[in-house]
Design a protein around this ligand. Structure first.
Ligand SMILES: *Cc1c(COP(=O)(O)O)cnc(C)c1O
Length: 392
């Protein structure tokens, strides 16, 4: 017996159950088409909503900044790692989002790990949507606060939970995803805000899939619902629509200042590199210049979803460019994904534990980078594989 036998056993179990994650390697820049495992395939997987991951202006900005500032920040932000580019990025993000201040982190994941424990602790309570992202769940756990899940996108359930727990905790926080990444549905933020306001509780939204997608020119879910000044904490990421990497928290100046003093990933882990920060700044320039890419993303999404519905696929409850193709069991979803790949379309299967048991799916991520010919080719491949596997 070796002390790692159990790990090999667990890995085998995953393979048996069709839940083993086989990770493909991308050998080309991100875009509508990718080179994957030596094959040219249509990309239906990336979070590169606006096609910015390989945009020439952004690449040029990253190169120029590297010539000027080098690469690494060489220290954590609070010691000697805050460069003028980081400060400029935070100012520009705050202006873009229409808030008082913003602070950046290494990723959206660390933004949640930093923020939640800085706002609530052991004597406090968090009301969290049942389907919140893993990074919110981990941030909640790290805080030591009592975590109470309310029913997904259900402000009435939220209100009931708050009511049932009144007077038992020092402070409270309500936290929700803005766009739920597995189903593509949008949190009913105006109604959630009403509940937060009624009980005077801090409200935090993680807008990772709304940044660059929802609202005017991609300003996010708060702008989408016209809730400026009403949501206390907006978390976002620069790894999705912005096409780069990095997390952001935007909101009230005092909260942002508190995160600079107490956000542990800010204090104990180095910041994003020079080319990252410069690339994010260039992405904001593009978004502020024109809504063209955001408009194209939405028209592509509408076209593809309508095509999938006509073919007879169940695309769930999505209200965004995220297009889940519901298939049921994981092995079917995995087989569907393999067949699509053979047909030149790269679309990953998602199974348990990423989504609930029995709700396995292929998730298609539509991008402004897709041409209408690309979308038609994708629809054709879904039709062929769907018929072959008896799904439609
Ligand atoms: C993707 C995602 C994150 C993580 O963002 P990264 O910048 O990739 O770490 C956090 N929250 C939600 C809701 C996400 O969808």
């Amino acid at each position: 017996m070796s002390k790692i036998d159990w790990i090999n056993q667990e890995l085998d179990n995953l393979k048996q159950a069709g839940l083993y994650n086989r990770i493909r390697t991308i050998e080309s820049p991100q875009g509508a088409w990718l080179q994957v495992d030596g094959k040219k395939v249509l990309n239906f997987c990336s979070n590169n909503y606006l096609g910015l991951a390989n945009h020439p202006d952004i690449v040029a900005a990253a190169k120029k900044a590297t010539d000027q500032f080098g690469v690494g920040p060489a220290a954590v932000r609070s010691i000697a790692g805050t460069m003028s580019l980081h400060v400029e990025l935070e100012k520009r993000l705050a202006a873009f989002k229409g808030v008082e201040a913003a602070i950046t982190f290494q990723s959206g994941f660390t933004a949640n790990l930093a923020t939640i424990p800085a706002l609530v602790g052991k004597e406090d309570v968090i009301f969290s949507d049942r389907l919140n992202h893993a990074s919110i769940i981990d941030g909640c756990r790290l805080s030591g606060a009592k975590i109470i899940a309310y029913e997904h996108n259900d402000p009435t359930s939220l209100d009931e939970q708050i009511q049932a727990n009144q007077g038992q905790f020092r402070r409270a926080l309500i936290v929700t995803d803005g766009v739920f990444s597995m189903d593509g549905d949008i949190a009913p933020l105006p109604a959630i805000y009403e509940v937060a306001h009624k009980y005077d509780i801090l409200l935090m939204v993680d807008d990772a899939h709304g940044e660059g997608v929802l609202g005017k020119g991609g300003r996010g879910i708060v702008d989408h619902f016209g809730l400026h000044g009403k949501v206390d904490v907006e978390v976002g990421t620069m790894s999705k629509a912005f096409g780069v990497v990095g997390g952001v928290v935007a909101g009230n100046a005092a909260i942002i200042e508190w995160l600079r003093q107490r956000g542990r990933p800010f204090l104990f882990s180095s910041a994003v590199t020079v080319p990252d920060a410069a690339a994010c700044l260039a992405a904001i320039d593009l978004l502020e210049d024109s809504t063209q890419l955001v408009d194209r993303l939405w028209s592509n999404a509408r076209y593809f979803k309508a095509g999938m519905k006509t073919l007879g696929f169940n695309t769930g409850v999505s209200e965004t460019p995220i297009t889940p193709v519901m298939l049921g069991e994981s092995p079917l979803a995995q087989q569907f994904s393999r067949e699509l790949f053979e047909a030149g379309v790269f679309a990953m299967a998602l199974g348990f534990p990423t989504v609930p048991q029995g709700k396995a799916r292929i998730r298609v991520m539509i991008s402004a980078a897709h041409s209408s010919a690309d979308l038609d080719q994708g629809l054709d491949a879904f039709k062929t594989v769907g018929r072959k596997l008896g799904v439609i």
